[in-house]
Design a protein around this ligand. Structure first.
Ligand code: NAD
Length: 458
């Protein structure tokens, strides 16, 4: 595999300066919107083939996300690009300061398979809005979506500046040997460390959008209807996105022991309401992506102590790559299901004596991508924010913070670093260049040698 020529072409095109104009950037983003509109049915079909996603879920989590992001960029990119005046302290008089966002150059985007359209195109929107040339490497584990992107993107977007390169780990490793101005990676921490090691050799900046275990704290809420809403949102945030195969899916719930039975009954009620009495037959649940991940998930249930903790579900069908929405009550804390990101349809409920203990529980584990907490207690909310560390905190809802483009999205610690969405995407793919304009008068002579006692007094 020799990508050198293709990357050189991108670099030449970038150097021509054509990606810098606002007209070029907007044209590309509009073309991306057109691609989505013209190929909506093909996208639904590819998502069905790769993940069994229902078109409504596919629209909500993939097409809708991309449309929202593209429209936001079209509405704001001129403002984002505008040079910003910067206050210069009097000491520097006479001077003016400004900051301009310049494109980084040729950037590489790796996406993952669970949202194979939106996690490829959303960073792409950021990269082209910021005026970069791009190589997109979609995940090989969603082959229908990868192939659709590779076929359609060159027809809609400028092929001199945006290329899609398909392939697995071998292709990715070759790509990592090339020189990039930025690598934006969405995926696992295992591969992230390969990416970062390669990037370190050329001092290439990276953004790592990773995963981890996102806890949900369920405090006792004051009314039964609030409790129902909270549990409904937990069910939506666990099984709703791609059957739990989502970086921001609820990984486990922390609840006071005395509320666990009520929680479990409500979880079962909403599972039945959303997925029917026989979830396998409902066309609503996405499938596990492939046999390897299916096996990984089944292995999480191998420990007899884990199996004994199942209080709902647990059935699997390898042929159909189906795993039933499954609830576990207090599985052993040192079992894999509680030490690794689940990334699938199992929901452990972990009981604590006092809900305040959940802070210590979370702090004893790697920093989550998102921490969810359902509570009306303002003191507890402040404690959660100030005493824990996570990429984001979302109170009284799940998932929707991902759609809020005015908030940065990204991890901290093992859940990654860097952030994107909205203006943050633009910034992630830009260099903020500082410019100082001075005048050629008003010299302060003591700044120059020769040094003497008098100059020491300044
Ligand atoms: P992955 O790390 O296996 O793959 C991600 C990308 O890396 C793919 O494009 C893949 O082709 C490439 N890759 C695979 N092997 C490679 C290698 N040896 N060298 C270089 N590149 C290689 O991750 P995945 O299975 O696609 O995604 C699951 C993980 O991603 C989960 O941990 C999940 O939490 C995380 N995730 C995070 C976000 C986020 O926005 N933070 C979103 C989705 C998924």
């Amino acid at each position: 595999m020799d990508f050198l020529r293709e990357i050189q072409e991108l670099r030449q095109f970038f150097r021509s300066g054509r990606t810098r104009s606002v007209a070029w950037r907007k044209k590309q983003v509009k073309a991306l919107l057109q691609l989505i509109h013209d190929n909506e049915q093909a996208i639904f079909e590819a998502l069905r083939q790769d993940l069994g996603k229902h078109p409504v879920e596919a629209y909500r989590d993939e097409i809708g996300v991309v449309e929202k992001s593209a429209n936001n960029s079209l509405n704001h990119v001129e403002k984002w690009m505008a040079p910003r005046k910067s206050h210069v302290p009097f000491l520097f008089f006479p001077a003016k300061g400004e900051v301009i966002s310049e494109p980084l150059g040729v950037v590489l985007i790796f996406s993952s398979w669970n949202f194979p359209i939106s996690l490829a195109l959303d960073p792409l929107i950021g990269a082209i809005s910021a005026g970069n040339a791009v190589v997109l490497k979609p995940s090989e584990q969603a082959p229908a979506c990868s192939s659709l992107l590779a076929k359609t993107i060159p027809h809609y977007l400028d092929p001199d500046a945006i290329k899609v390169i398909e392939g697995g780990a071998d292709v990715s490793e070759q790509l990592l040997l090339q020189r990039w101005d930025k690598i934006f990676f969405t995926g696992s921490s295992r591969v992230a460390s390969i990416v970062m090691t390669a990037a370190a050799k050329t001092l290439t900046p990276v953004t790592l959008e990773l995963g981890g275990k996102c806890p949900a704290i369920l405090d006792s809420l004051s009314s039964p209807s609030e409790l129902k809403t909270a549990v409904k949102r937990i069910v939506g945030g666990k099984w709703g996105p791609c059957s739990g195969q989502a970086c921001i899916a609820v990984d486990y719930v922390l609840v006071e022991e005395k509320f666990a039975p009520v929680l479990i009954e409500l979880l079962k009620k909403f599972i039945r309401r959303f997925y029917g009495d026989n979830p396998k037959e409902s066309k609503v649940t996405a499938r596990i992506v492939n046999k390897q991940h299916f096996q990984r998930l089944c292995n999480l249930l191998k420990d007899p102590l884990v199996v004994n903790s199942i209080v709902h579900g647990g059935s699997v069908d390898e042929e159909e790559l189906f795993i039933e929405p499954t609830i576990l009550l207090d599985p052993p804390l040192d079992a894999q299901i509680m030490t690794e990101e689940i990334f699938g349809p199992f929901l452990p409920v972990i009981t604590v004596n006092q809900i305040q203990e959940s802070i210590e529980f979370i702090n004893s584990r790697p920093k989550p991508l998102t921490l969810y907490a359902f509570t009306k207690d303002e003191t507890f909310k402040r404690k959660i924010v100030s005493e824990t560390s996570s990429g984001s905190v979302s109170f009284n809802d799940t998932l929707v913070h991902f759609l809020c483009e005015t908030l940065p999205f990204g991890g901290v610690g093992q859940s990654g670093f860097g952030r994107y969405h909205g203006k943050y995407s633009f910034d992630t793919f830009s260099h903020e260049k500082a410019i100082l304009h001075r005048k050629l008068f008003l010299e302060i002579e003591p700044r120059y040698p020769p040094w003497n006692q008098l100059k020491m007094q300044f």
